[in-house]
Design a protein around this ligand. Structure first.
Ligand code: NOJ
Length: 750
């Protein structure tokens, strides 16, 4: 595919010099801008606002009135959710051949973690700590989606998510800005390819700008209250990183931050995005997020909405039609300037031209799906995203000659295993754990007894059968979790225990007296402390996508060695939320083993028991920290050394250490580097991830691992909102999770 792409590229560059007609495909920005100006000069105000209007397509009886006629009038710039290729080409033909200026439509769709071949949900992909794999997965998704005419995906989602009650945590890369930005940038590269005009490229869309993941209490769409420095230091860096990877579009978020809805936030859209970051793609609203400013109490009616958003710098409106209805009038009234409109249209046309839409507007003749390559990648991604949380007595890996009792509502849930946002995934193609035993691990003896029909099922009528199946087998593999619809957009939860009676089912199976392997397929980190007691081993798979079932048995049988690490803190109790590793220390950090409820004497007098910041009932610590994950191997970190004890503000530091696989088999360790700035002009987090590497080691092998951190990587925004590295002392740690202990100090000089 690579060679083919290079050839296409060379060919198109060659064509440029020989064909006058290829002006639209010119990759030179000067040519593109010239073409934009040429078009703009010909456009009426209504045609301009048409480009700023995006609608969601439905194939109902009003198609002529809702879509075809407006298209002829140049009143639609983009459509989302056109599912049928013939229809897509028909709509495009009208835009290209029957509208006055022939400006092609841009077709968008939510290709979040795969088109047909579904990859693990983004939170699972973050657990791989493998940006190259995320990039390859996004590329595979782009190849499939592009083959049915889609040119623009609404991904990646870069919202820092520190509250698992929020269902959209599944779509995120978790709680850490550096990991989130690294994975997000990788996906942008994957979707967009080496060139936007490549026949397999999609435009990426960074969302949701900004702060949406901090929705109060994890309730979706809720307000956020993120102060400016926190916004800069935590919520914005992933966007900046992914923009540097060349993302062409940005989507505003639903939330109001400190009272200002993002779709009318000119600080975000103008000062930051355009002036500071020099973004020259376009900004789209989220679905009706503009219109919703009326409910926010920020706009009085649709006309006011259009005025506020246009003046704030929002280029394209998704579905709520206030631009198309009111912008011409607002311009005539002088409330929105023609320059504002022109700039928005420029941004949109520039992206359309960069994508090569003008010379190549249609879907290709042949669709592509489920190639060997994409299935192989999806399997690898599912393998690498699984996090081994417990492996008592090294029960895993199992020998393939054991008899397995396969139990649990997610053991064969072909739809649900795909996870949220898998519109175009097909459950018939899902390899569930059951199907993996039927088709791939066919020599393994097993009995299947679901126990519960689906995750919320309250009928315990089959528990006895499940227990009997376990008693009759050598080992039980119990696959629990959540249905796809229980996480994702608009699916916030106030309890994170496995839903329904799944925990009881697990206990019933455990009572059969056989070893129990628990696998969890879920969009979010559930509170599974209770379940740990009933399981000898636990593999947390997130929603693993099309190939999740076979990947699970690859791990269970040791064909693969687990290497996933948690991209998010796993809580003991939902009441701990939000809890994340990169918090500030507070004035009263809790010690190890702080006083708990049981220590409180009866009729105790008023006292600041414990005197520190933690919960009396659930303690100080989460169930598992960020970055945690076991392997069938074991890894030891030693000989930490720094190239200097002190660096200047323009220097960098080489950090090296020895990593040894002390286990009996080959394995991959995600080595992590954390830093703390001990004294800052604003209090700094107790640790911040500054680097990670997947290191593969044979049994007994040692390697020297090196990281380089520049003083600039230690910079942050203080209360003056200026980014700088402050001189002083720092501690760094290297290790296999955010509780790493091997450390050294260094200084950044004045
Ligand atoms: C609403 C979601 O918030 C957004 O992420 C998605 O891309 C749009 N709908 C389009 O489906």
């Amino acid at each position: 595919m690579k060679i083919k792409s290079i050839l296409t590229f060379l060919l198109s560059v060659f064509c440029l010099s020989v064909s006058a007609q290829t002006v639209y495909s010119a990759r030179s920005e000067a040519d593109i801008n010239m073409k934009v100006e040429e078009l703009l000069a010909k456009m009426t105000l209504e045609e301009k606002t048409g480009q700023m209007n995006q609608l969601s397509f439905y194939d109902g009886k009003d198609v002529e009135k809702q879509f075809l006629q407006p298209l002829r009038n140049g009143a639609i710039g983009s459509l989302l959710n056109v599912e049928n290729v013939e229809m897509l080409n028909r709509l495009q033909k009208i835009a290209v051949e029957e509208s006055r200026l022939g400006i092609p439509l841009l077709f968008g769709r939510d290709i979040i973690h795969g088109y047909r071949t579904i990859f693990p949900v983004p939170l699972g992909q973050a657990a791989t700590f493998d940006p190259a794999l995320a990039e390859a997965g996004a590329r595979a998704a782009a190849v499939e989606a592009r083959s049915v005419g889609i040119r623009w995906t609404f991904a990646p989602m870069l919202d820092i998510s520190r509250d698992p009650r929020w269902g959209r945590i599944a779509e995120s890369f978790g709680e850490d800005p550096y990991l989130g930005g690294t994975m997000g940038a990788a996906m942008v590269r994957g979707f967009q390819g080496y060139s936007l005009t490549d026949e397999n490229s999609l435009a990426a869309c960074l969302k949701h700008f900004a702060g949406y993941g901090a929705a109060e209490g994890g309730r979706d769409y809720n307000s956020t209250n993120i102060p400016p420095a926190l916004m800069r230091n935590v919520y914005l860096p992933p966007f900046e990183m992914a923009l540097k990877a060349g993302a062409q579009t940005v989507m505003t978020s639903f939330n109001d931050n400190d009272g200002i809805p993002s779709s009318a936030n000119s600080y975000l859209l103008k000062d930051l995005l355009r002036n500071e970051w020099k973004f020259d793609g376009f900004v789209v609203s989220d679905w009706a997020s503009m219109d919703e400013m009326i409910a926010h109490g920020f706009a009085k009616d649709g006309k006011h909405v259009a005025e506020l958003s246009a003046n704030a710098g929002l280029d394209m409106e998704m579905v709520s039609r206030t631009y198309i209805r009111f912008l011409p009038e607002l311009v005539r009234e002088g409330k929105v300037s023609m320059e504002t409109i022109d700039n928005a249209v420029r941004n949109i046309l520039r992206v359309k031209l960069r994508l090569g839409l003008f010379e190549n507007p249609y879907a290709p003749a042949q669709s592509i799906a489920y190639t060997d390559e994409s299935l192989k990648l999806a399997r690898r991604a599912a393998v690498e995203s699984a996090v081994l949380l417990k492996n008592a007595g090294n029960i895993l890996p199992l020998k393939e000659d054991v008899k397995i009792a396969l139990i649990g509502p997610m053991a064969h849930a072909p739809h649900d295993q795909l996870g949220t946002w898998s519109f175009d995934g097909e459950k018939e193609k899902t390899v569930t754990p059951l199907r993996a035993l039927q088709t791939e691990y066919t020599h393994v003896k097993y009995v299947y007894e679901a126990g519960l029909a689906y995750s919320r099922d309250l009928n315990a009528g089959n528990f006895a059968k499940a227990k009997a199946a376990a008693a009759d087998a050598d080992v039980a593999v119990v696959v629990l979790g959540e249905e796809a619809i229980l996480s994702g957009e608009a699916h916030s939860l106030s309890s994170l225990n496995p839903v329904g009676r799944q925990s009881e089912l697990l206990s019933a199976v455990k009572s059969a007296g056989k070893p129990v392997i628990m696998a969890v397929m879920a969009g979010r980190p559930l509170t599974i402390e209770r379940n740990l007691h009933d399981a000898d081993a636990v593999l947390y798979c997130f929603h693993p996508g099309t190939m999740g079932g076979v990947a699970l048995f690859d791990l269970i049988f040791g064909k693969e060695n687990p290497s996933g690490k948690l991209p998010v803190t796993m809580l003991r109790e939902v009441g701990q939320a939000p809890m994340y590793y990169n918090h500030n220390n507070t004035g009263r950090p809790a010690p190890d083993n702080p006083v708990t409820l049981e220590h409180i004497p009866l009729e105790a007098g008023q006292t600041s028991l414990g005197n520190t910041s933690y919960y009396l009932d659930s303690g100080r610590d989460p169930l598992f920290p960020f970055g945690y994950g076991l392997s069938y191997s074991a890894f030891e970190y030693s000989d930490l050394s720094l190239s200097a004890n002190s660096i200047s503000k323009t220097d960098s530091l080489k950090v090296s250490f020895t990593l040894t696989n002390t286990g009996k088999i080959k394995g991959v360790e995600v080595a992590q580097l954390y830093v703390r700035d001990l004294v800052g002009s604003i209090a700094r987090p107790v640790r911040e991830l500054k680097g990670f590497q997947r290191v593969s080691l044979d049994a007994g092998q040692s390697k020297t691992v090196e990281f380089r951190i520049a003083a600039n990587d230690l910079a942050f925004y203080g209360s003056d909102l200026k980014r700088k590295t402050e001189p002083g002392e720092f501690t760094l740690w290297v290790g296999g999770n955010s509780n790493a202990t091997l450390n050294a100090n260094f200084t950044v000089e004045e």
